[in-house]
Design a binder for this molecule. Structure first.
Ligand code: DOR
Ligand code: ZN
Ligand code: ZN
Length: 353
């Protein structure tokens, strides 16, 4: 047995579905899944029903989180075509602004460049605008970041060309950061074929060459984020399956497996899953520690998952590393997968001045 202590991890990209989709996940089950995976704080996306685009929807969601969350949390505001003149006023209560520049799950797609530019003019330049943008749209997002000197965070980068462009833009000083997901690092289109709708998300899984390019360019990646996007098995098996896969409980074992295989250093793992999230979003990290048995091997299974959706696209994968204990603000929050703190223990993340 080899025990390792790390700071509690921070996942900057999750969809906990509360409100509007609580049959898929809610703040209680989603944050329990986070703790079981060694994650002590999550940044939750705004594509709810209704979407989080104004004070009422933000405050309703904050109230739901305050009541139910086991771990700490921050909430994104969503940009739409008509809230550029109002949403920026709420920036102090949010972790960032999210813009959907490509079609994906939910109602927040922005189609008009004029609306996008209006948000860029208003949103405080020091706070990130997180964008869902792929391919040529990603190139547009980088151009917007440079033109407005606005910090832009590029979500779930998945393609060789996209990461190559990010490298070039960063080398020229573009004010951008980016994240990759474990599913784009560990799965490919071949797995999507095998998994059917359970392997469908946006961005879709790439080729083996795309996956390899993400690993080869990990030095320009700022964060690993799960894009935890649960949908029920029934929805996934339906006529028009929604995109998205859960990831909170599998991210750390997968990344520890990469460490075990020598593809990533432990120092870099902590940068990607703790230090850079703190830096990019200006967070006060929660006082926390996780204890991992790095020599424990296990096979990923839907059994024992805390996520309400009850499945994982990584079913059957053999991974290294098991989270034994999670301490949050002086309390033992999770031991061997058992959640030991009540809903409502989680607090809103604070930002440094
Ligand atoms: O696969 C995805 N699912 N990609 C997204 O961008 C949204 C997410 C969701 O909310 O289900
Ligand atoms: Zn997205
Ligand atoms: Zn997402």
């Amino acid at each position: 047995m080899s025990i390792l202590h790390l700071p509690g991890l921070i996942d900057i990209h999750v969809h906990l579905r509360d409100p509007g989709g609580t049959h898929k996940e809610d703040f209680a089950t989603g944050t329990a899944a986070a703790l079981a995976g060694g994650i002590v704080a999550v940044l939750d996306m705004p594509n709810n029903t209704p979407p989080v685009t104004d004070a009422d929807s933000l405050h309703a969601k904050l109230a739901a989180a305050e009541e139910k969350a086991h771990c700490d949390y921050g909430l994104y505001l969503g940009a739409n075509e008509s809230n550029a003149d109002t949403v920026f006023r709420l920036h102090a209560e949010a972790c960032g602004l999210k813009m959907y520049l490509d079609q994906t799950y939910g109602p927040l797609r922005l189609a008009q460049l004029s609306a996008v530019m209006a948000h860029f003019r208003r949103w405080p330049a020091h706070l990130p605008i997180a964008v869902h943008a792929e391919g040529l749209v990603l190139a547009g997002a980088i151009a917007l970041a440079q033109a407005h000197n606005q910090r832009v965070h590029l979500c779930h980068v998945s393609r060789a060309a996209d990461i190559a462009l990010i490298r070039a833009a960063k080398e020229r000083g573009a004010p951008i950061t980016c994240e990759v997901t474990p599913h784009h690092l560990f799965l490919t289109a071949a797995d999507a074929k095998r998994l059917g709708p359970l392997g469908y998300m946006k961005p879709t899984l790439g080729t083996a060459a795309d996956r390899d390019a993400l690993w080869a360019n990990l030095d320009v990646v700022d964060c690993i984020a799960t894009d935890h996007a649960p949908h029920t098995i029934a929805e996934k098996g339906g006529e028009n399956p929604p995109p998205g896969v859960p990831g909170l409980e599998t991210a750390l074992p997968l990344m520890l497996t990469a460490v075990h295989e020598g593809r990533l250093s432990l120092e870099r793992l902590v940068e990607l899953m703790h230090d850079n999230p703190v830096r990019i979003f200006g967070l006060v990290p929660p006082d926390s520690e996780i204890e991992i048995d790095t020599t424990a091997q296990h096979t990923i299974s839907r059994r024992g998952l805390h996520t309400k959706c009850g499945w994982t696209p990584f079913e059957g994968m053999l991974v290294w590393g098991q989270v034994r204990k999670v301490a949050l603000r002086g309390k033992l929050a999770c031991r061997d997968g058992d959640i030991l703190i009540p809903p409502g223990f989680g607090q809103p993340l604070r930002r440094t001045a």
